[in-house]
Design a protein. Structure first.
Length: 225
């Protein structure tokens, strides 16, 4: 099968993930969409060499602007929290401000004409709009993910992190393919065979999931007392 080149890097990892989370019928995988989108944001910054993760702390490697509003806002927040000595920042310190990231990236895709919103209300008053993928972008992303999982494309760089995010979201089966593809995608998510840049970004994705899942569990436990 002929697979088109990677989509333009101007469509960043969080944009790609939000597009992949939306189904052709206009619905989307709702939970935990904000967490997954934040994973993708940090994955993008790590892939660009802007941040590096050690344990549960993020260090800024390059504070220079990217030209992306969301990325520069996040970098600026990290630089401010790092202080004059550039101390690494705990991931949990960033959690409260990452709520709503899914909706923001979805709005970006709407403005680019890659998602079409169809207003809808449940029971006549509960907003539940549908968002339909427009054009070939989502199909091309699915083809990229599956081609890597079949061993047809090298799992490195942006491709590897994209596969890692699909694995983290648990949408691999919905994108098509059997157990062999799922197994290879899981290996890619672990960083098997990936280059240093991809491993750094995959580590950021894994750490965000672990830290936020732990925080959510702790909150649930506190709420039950």
């Amino acid at each position: 099968m002929n697979v088109d080149p990677d989509p333009s890097p101007s469509v960043t990892l969080p944009d790609e993930l939000v597009l992949l989370l939306h189904r052709p019928d206009g619905g989307h995988r709702a939970e935990p969409a904000d967490l997954l989108t934040w994973c993708a944001e940090l994955g993008e910054l790590a892939l660009r060499g802007k941040v590096e993760l050690t344990g549960t702390k993020l260090a800024v490697l390059d504070p220079c602007r990217t030209g992306l509003d969301w990325a520069d806002e996040l970098l600026g927040r990290l630089v401010k929290k790092s202080g004059p000595r550039g101390r690494p920042v705990e991931l949990t310190d960033l959690l409260p401000r990452r709520i709503g990231r899914f909706r923001e990236h979805r709005a970006l895709l709407e403005r680019r004409g890659m998602l079409l919103r169809e207003p809808r209300k449940l029971l006549g008053f509960i907003p539940d709009d549908l968002h339909f993928p427009v054009g070939p972008a989502r199909r091309e992303l699915v083809e990229q993910v599956r081609a890597v999982a079949r061993g047809e494309l090298r799992a490195d760089g942006r491709r590897a992190v994209r596969c890692g995010l699909v694995h983290a979201a648990g949408i691999g089966a919905a994108l098509g393919g059997g157990l062999a593809e799922l197994a290879l995608r899981a290996a890619v998510a672990r960083g098997d065979g990936a280059g240093a840049a991809a491993r750094r970004a995959l580590a950021a994705v894994a750490a965000v999931r672990a830290v936020t899942s732990g925080a959510a569990a702790a909150g649930a436990g506190a709420g039950g007392v």
